[in-house]
Design a protein around this ligand. Structure first.
Ligand code: SF4
Ligand code: F3S
Ligand code: FES
Length: 248
């Protein structure tokens, strides 16, 4: 099949640096090719200056979130057949929104990771560890299981209109990461994270728009996890007791 691949490009070192659409007509595209395969074809055979991030090519590393036909997706997970129905079609690829474009499809992820770091995304427990492991029931684990699937791709945060309007908003990805520890029965810093997330540019900036949930390639119910954190701050949902943390 034939695909007209349109790629939003930008070279800060060009004589007249302005974003523009580059077009590549690709023949012999297989319906089962991924968008990443098409981008590789351009980079390897047509124009080696095309710049993008990718690593695992299997939906694990989270490095190739892009806006594909206007929707945030991982280029390595979306197949041509899901975007083009006939024997001929068009696919548009652009950088994710709300972050500064460095070159072509590469954005500056540092503000995203600053928000991530701000919510204490790590295990906190200063009690003496038990000789084996800190025990947890299947039910205790299930409460935060969904958040452990996050690969920090930023598809959620950069699809959120609240983030586009105010990039000081910590964003859904950071809240998912906070949820993963707030609701972990082995962790002791849940209240510290709730205090961080009740600040001006945190969880209350979420207006329940749901773009984040639609965009998540790991099918994490992002909006529901944000709602859990809102409820915990409002005192209508308990966070796990730290009483049993020591492994008893
Ligand atoms: Fe990506 Fe989903 Fe994690 Fe957001 S919650 S960063 S969309 S994996
Ligand atoms: Fe944004 Fe998702 Fe909330 S799209 S407004 S973080 S539900
Ligand atoms: Fe790793 Fe797509 S290249 S998630």
């Amino acid at each position: 099949m034939e695909v007209l691949l349109r790629v939003r490009r930008y070279d800060p070192e060009a004589t007249n640096p302005k974003p523009y659409w580059a077009e590549y007509t690709l023949n012999d595209v297989k319906r089962t090719d991924r968008v990443l395969d098409l981008l590789h074809h351009v980079k390897w055979y047509l124009d080696g200056t095309l710049t993008m991030r990718r690593s695992c090519a299997h939906g694990i590393c989270g490095s190739d979130a892009m806006r594909i036909n206007g929707v945030n997706m991982l280029a390595c997970k979306v197949l041509v057949k899901d975007l083009v129905k006939g024997e001929k079609g068009r696919i548009e690829v652009a950088p994710i929104l709300g972050l500064h474009v460095i070159k072509d499809l590469v954005v500056d992820m540092e503000p995203f990771f600053d928000h991530y770091r701000s919510v204490m995304p790590y295990f906190v427990n200063d009690t003496e560890p038990p000789t084996a492991e800190r025990m947890q029931t299947a039910e205790q684990r299930a409460i935060f299981d969904e958040g452990t699937k996050c690969i920090l791709c930023a598809a959620c945060t950069t699809s959120c209109p609240s983030f586009w309007a105010n990039d000081s908003y910590v964003g859904p990805a950071a809240i998912v990461q906070a949820h993963r520890f707030i609701f972990d029965s082995r962790d002791m810093a849940g209240n510290d994270r709730l205090a961080i997330l009740s600040e001006e540019n945190a969880v209350w900036r979420c207006r329940t728009i749901f773009n984040c949930t639609s965009a998540c390639p790991r099918e994490i119910p992002v909006t529901r996890l944000i709602a859990d954190v809102k409820k915990a701050i409002a005192g209508t949902m308990e966070i796990p007791s730290t009483a049993a943390v020591a492994g008893d």
